[in-house]
Write a protein that binds this ligand. Structure first.
Ligand SMILES: NC(=O)c1ccc[n+]([C@@H]2O[C@H](COP(=O)([O-])OP(=O)(O)OC[C@H]3O[C@@H](n4cnc5c(N)ncnc54)[C@H](OP(=O)(O)O)[C@@H]3O)[C@@H](O)[C@H]2O)c1
Length: 274
């Protein structure tokens, strides 16, 4: 139990996942969470479902909070921080999940030595299996490190990285679910091409990805060794692996992560220009 009051500014996909995770990990009581957003009618559902407070006044939400979690789009981060600027103080701390917005640019807007944590979660946080990387701005204390990590552990796994690594994190785990959805979709179509009913093919493809990931994680064995273990000489799998290698599957995925990382850098430079 953190026993802190938390304001979640922007309760969309990610904000709602965090609220759900924080409550199910019992990090704080529902009545100590306030969600803020522009449309009260949308927030009313959260109030009913989770018993938290809601408001359409970001400033008011921030005023009463120990921890302020910014879950709005990067384009509005600056205006949201400016809006709450006069109520912020250095005994609170801010966690932002907005892609690309650096701690330095937020510190510049907020001032007053308010500690700022930047995190890059992913959409799997919605089902408690997120991957989040966190990095800390210059005013963040050790105790706040632990709190930030605990908050994201409530929705999955957490790594702590230097802020300069967050673009690569975005290219790997931030955008990664989209790559895996494409893999799943293609496997389903492969099964269908070979005559399997679509529902059966879907079930098998999803479980194959889920089970393979769980095995790598739980066995702690390198994926190349696990692959060798299921590859019979002259059998089906080695023939399929040859096919994948000749189409450059591994290079393609390495390039995808590199391209997304570079794009994240470019966008970040644009966002933090001012
Ligand atoms: N989705 C991901 O996979 C992912 C992964 C990592 C990081 N992120 C980051 O997480 C942030 C949120 O993403 P999301 O996918 O959760 O987006 P989202 O579902 O669109 O949520 C954004 C929320 O912010 C609200 N909002 C808009 N303007 C606001 C304002 N001025 N004050 C307070 N709330 C405001 C929106 O309300 P209305 O809908 O009523 O306008 C919406 O509920 C982004 O910065 C994104 O970069 C997302």
């Amino acid at each position: 139990m953190l026993n802190k009051s938390i304001a979640v500014i922007g309760a969309g996909n990610m904000g709602t996942s965090l609220i759900r995770g924080i409550l199910s990990a019992q990090l704080t009581a529902p009545k100590r969470i306030v969600a803020s957003g522009p449309r009260l009618e949308k927030l009313a559902r959260l109030k009913t479902e989770y018993g938290i407070a809601v408001t359409d006044d970001n400033r008011d939400a921030a005023k009463q909070a120990d921890i302020i979690i910014l879950c709005v789009k990067a384009a509005v981060i600056r205006s949201v921080l400016e809006q709450m600027h006069d109520v912020l103080h250095k005994d609170q701390f801010i966690i932002s999940i907005a892609a690309g917005v650096t701690t330095a640019s937020m510190e510049k807007v907020v001032g007053k030595n308010v500690p700022i944590v930047r995190a890059m979660p992913n959409i799997a946080s919605t089902v408690g299996l997120g991957s989040t990387a966190v990095s800390f701005g210059k005013h963040v204390h050790e105790k706040q490190h632990d709190i930030a990590v605990k908050i994201f552990e409530a929705v999955g796994e957490v790594v702590v990285v230097g802020e300069h690594h967050l673009d690569a994190v975005t290219g790997l785990s931030g955008s990664g679910p989209a790559y895996i959805y494409m893999v799943i979709e293609a496997l389903i179509d492969g099964g269908v091409k070979m005559g399997l009913p679509r529902d059966i093919s879907t079930k098998l493809a999803i479980q194959t990805v889920l089970g393979s990931a769980k095995l790598v994680k739980e066995s702690n064995v390198h994926p190349a060794i696990l692959r060798d273990q299921v590859t019979t000489p002259g059998g089906t799998t080695i023939n399929a692996i040859h096919e994948l290698e000749s189409h450059g599957l591994r290079s393609m995925l390495i390039d995808a992560v590199a391209t997304a990382t570079n794009r994240s850098k470019e966008l970040s430079e644009l966002i933090n220009r001012h």
